[in-house]
Design a protein around this ligand. Structure first.
Ligand code: ZN
Length: 196
């Protein structure tokens, strides 16, 4: 029998980049800071007005949005479709886990930075507070399956639960995952648990 938990919002993350202070200066000039465009749903996170081009061995993608605030290490999150266009084979990882991930060149006007690692395909995950985790009966780093209703419904497996009181309840998938399931912004997901 399958048990479904309460529904939560599913958000689609388009390709984006988190930059370190060092790479921000290298790309946008000394003393550059990020300019907030709009707030994202996770508290403190924002979409910046700054954009960069990313170049791999087979292609380039322009206008990739930078998200703020700055981080300790630069991280580029792209879809598998993007990776093919760029000629890269980035690993499927959780945000922050960039050891031995793919390399890429970042470009802004005449400035370029080659990052040795930092390109990942983000593993689908659900942000939630401790209270949400209790209500959904899951714990931090638990791997769950999530069903998302749509015209072409899909169930995502290997979805990571990420618990922190700095988060707000929301599942994040990339554009390939959204497109596969005909999922638009505002979709709702439910954790599906099988029990005997
Ligand atoms: Zn996320």
């Amino acid at each position: 029998m399958n048990i479904k938990s309460q529904a939560f919002p599913v958000a689609i993350s388009a390709r984006h980049i988190h930059v370190s202070e060092k790479d921000l200066q290298a790309l946008f000039g000394p003393n550059a800071t990020l300019t907030k465009d709009f707030d994202l749903s996770q508290p403190g996170q924002f979409a910046a007005k700054e954009r960069v081009s990313i170049e791999g061995p087979k292609g380039v993608i322009h206008n990739v949005r930078v998200l703020g605030p700055v981080r300790a290490a630069t991280q580029v999150e792209i879809s598998r479709t993007d990776a093919m266009k760029l000629g890269l084979n980035p690993p499927l990882r959780q945000s922050g886990d960039i050891e031995n991930s793919a390399s890429i060149k970042l470009i802004h006007q005449q400035r370029e930075v080659l990052i040795e690692q930092g390109v990942i395909i983000a593993q689908a995950h659900i942000h939630m507070t401790e209270e949400d985790a209790k209500a959904l009966e899951v714990h931090n780093n638990e791997i769950v399956s999530v069903e998302v209703d749509s015209e072409r419904p899909v169930t995502f497996r290997a979805v990571v639960v990420r618990v922190s009181n700095d988060f707000s309840l929301e599942m994040h998938i990339d554009t390939d995952e959204a497109n596969a399931g005909f999922i638009a912004q505002q979709a709702q997901g439910r954790i599906v648990k099988s029990c005997s």
